[in-house]
Design a protein around this ligand. Structure first.
Ligand SMILES: [Zn+2]
Length: 583
């Protein structure tokens, strides 16, 4: 428990530090992906251990807030929208709403997710009163005096067909167009020998008036995507019926509104996401975007679903994986796993994404390769899935040339030449005596976390198997000095190994069970099992044991392993002659 506590505290500290830099100092010191990754981690832990979070989360955030003297309170809190990098979670979003609320969703308003600075514009009696950054959601920085940098924020708004509200908040994103971004960088490069590293920095730098020069007049655009507080309208907001109608109305008030599409179903919304993402890769948009936001279009439904403390329950953002890099697939090889599965691995011309150097890419199975229509020599787009795993987005077919080759799928096992079979789209060697499987099994048994024999390494074991001196685990204990000397060219090492295998090796029960390589049983589960057996004889009751902390599958695997006579005989033989288990 202490470990988890420390982990949570460390995560909160990190997130607070990044929040402080981002919200207050306006520095983004890590990528969005990295931030989201940390945040999701914290969220998972906070669900699992709500008591631990309760004590730390709030305190830390409050302690860490340093507001500038220039801050001002939002009338309605500016909450952010829950985001995901996974299409599956978009489906899940709808599924959960339908399941929990027993309602039908007829329409989504899908909006481009603009990557700028979120702001809130307050109008009092029709006149512009304050422009605030999001800040921490409750308080934002007052940037009203710099409004001349921003296009399309009217000083006065006139409500058509409605009685004007005395107080209203218009919300949206402050952005810079590609054209203006290049323009300003050119100027400040010449004048100050500086550039803004990205668009968000540019927006922030300009609005904070970091470079004291009014030539940047109206370089920024405000793009509205909703309403915050609205005295009077809140009561009659239902009159608009749809979020999209509301945006159209905001448009009529004189604001630019976000590019959007109404989609009838979640499937249609995802089609739209894919369309936008494809275009996004080629920089086809006027502003920088980093995803698509789905909002349930019905305002009535939005009100029924309401907000949680952090997010609105009626909206979700799909974020693009920010970095796609192009490279070439140079080869496909196969790794043989301990079970004899042949896993395809793509070799690529090395690239660097977010500081990670990538040379190989995991291709999962044959179906995956076929769905990508992948060939050796293809140009491919790579991204880090979940910010961790290098993944192929797609093949750039326009770039295919005459040098492409088909991927070669082996017909026979590369180790034993046994004919491979296809199981669940994976090539598999079913030969029980396949040397690659035996190599895995034996070298695992004698690896560091198992029965470790000093100086006897994996390479030695594999060579001994190749030359048929070793066919099973017990054979290792029968090796004589002549053979050992043939493979290990060091007298001291040979003597040490020989001495170890000819005495009884003392081994902890957990290491022994780990060495047995029971299907799907990891170290954590083994610790639980070890707490439940106290002496040697109890090993032979594991075929019937019930441990309440283990799940059905784990219990089944343990029970099956210890029901097999072959395994029991092996344990008896090895413990009688070669190994001494310590409980
Ligand atoms: Zn084989």
């Amino acid at each position: 428990m202490n470990k988890i506590k420390l982990k949570i505290i460390s995560l909160i500290k990190k997130i607070n530090y990044f929040n402080y830099n981002y919200n207050i100092l306006n520095k983004s010191i890590i990528s969005d992906n990295e931030y989201d990754f940390l945040y999701n981690k914290l969220e998972i832990l906070s669900k699992k251990y709500p008591n631990l979070i309760k004590n730390y989360y709030i305190n830390n955030i409050n302690n860490n807030l340093h507001l500038t003297s220039n801050s001002h309170k939002h009338i309605l809190k500016m909450i952010s929208i829950k985001s995901t990098y996974s299409i599956k979670k978009i489906y899940k979003f709808e599924e959960n709403i339908i399941k929990k609320n027993n309602i039908k969703i007829k329409e989504y308003c899908c909006e481009l997710k603009l990557d700028g600075i979120a702001i809130n514009i307050i109008y009092k009696n029709n006149n512009l009163y304050k422009i605030l950054t999001r800040g921490n959601g409750e308080y934002g920085e007052d940037i009203t005096k710099n409004k001349f940098f921003i296009k399309n924020i009217p000083d006065k708004i006139v409500f058509l067909n409605y009685k004007s509200p005395s107080l209203v908040e218009i919300r949206g994103e402050l952005c810079i167009s590609n054209y203006n971004f290049d323009f300003i960088n050119k100027i400040i490069k010449e004048k100050y020998n500086k550039i803004f590293v990205n668009k968000r920095h540019a927006v922030s730098g300009i609005i904070r008036n970091k470079i004291k020069n009014k030539i940047y007049y109206k370089l920024l655009n405000f793009i509205a995507h909703g309403i915050g507080y609205c005295f009077f309208l809140n009561k009659s907001l239902n009159k608009f019926k749809k979020h999209n109608n509301l945006l159209n109305y905001i448009n009529k008030l004189g604001f630019e509104t976000v590019e959007r599409k109404i989609c009838k179903t979640i499937k249609e919304s995802i089609k739209y996401i894919n369309f936008i993402e494809d275009n996004y890769k080629f920089n086809k948009y006027k502003y920088l975007i980093d995803g698509v936001i789905l909002k349930i279009n019905s305002i009535k439904l939005q009100n029924i679903l309401g907000n949680s403390s952090k997010y609105p329950n009626w909206s979700i953002a799909y974020k693009f994986n920010s970095t796609y890099k192009e490279t070439i697939l140079t080869d496909v090889t196969f790794n043989i796993t301990k079970n004899g599965n042949f896993i395809p691995i793509g070799k690529i011309k090395s690239i660097n994404i977010s500081g990670i150097n990538i040379k190989k890419i995991f291709l999962h199975n044959i179906k995956k390769i076929k769905s990508l229509d992948l060939m050796i020599g293809d140009y491919i787009l790579i991204y880090l899935s979940g910010n961790l795993i290098p993944t192929i987005k797609n093949v750039i077919k326009d770039k295919r040339n005459n040098e492409i080759k088909n991927i070669f799928y082996p017909k026979n096992c590369l180790s034993c030449n046994y004919k491979l079979s296809l199981y669940k789209d994976i090539l598999k060697c079913n030969n029980f005596f396949c040397k690659s499987k035996i190599k895995y099994k034996i070298s695992h048994f004698f690896s560091k976390k198992c029965i470790y024999i000093k100086y006897l390494n994996k390479k030695n074991i594999c060579e001994l198997i190749d030359d048929n001196f070793v066919k099973n685990i017990i054979d290792i204990f029968k090796l004589d000095l002549n053979i050992l000397n043939k493979y290990i060219k060091n007298n001291k090492k040979v003597n040490s190994i020989y001495k170890t295998i000819n005495g009884k090796v003392n081994i902890n029960i957990k290491n022994f069970l780990y060495a047995l390589n029971i299907e799907n049983i990891g170290e954590k589960t083994l610790s639980i099992i070890c707490n439940n057996i106290k002496k040697y004889e109890e090993l032979f009751t594991l075929n019937n044991i019930y441990i309440k902390d283990l799940n059905k599958n784990q219990l089944k695997n343990i029970n099956i392993f210890f029901s097999k006579i072959k395994n029991i005989n092996f344990i008896k033989e090895i413990t009688q002659k070669y190994i001494n288990i310590i409980f």
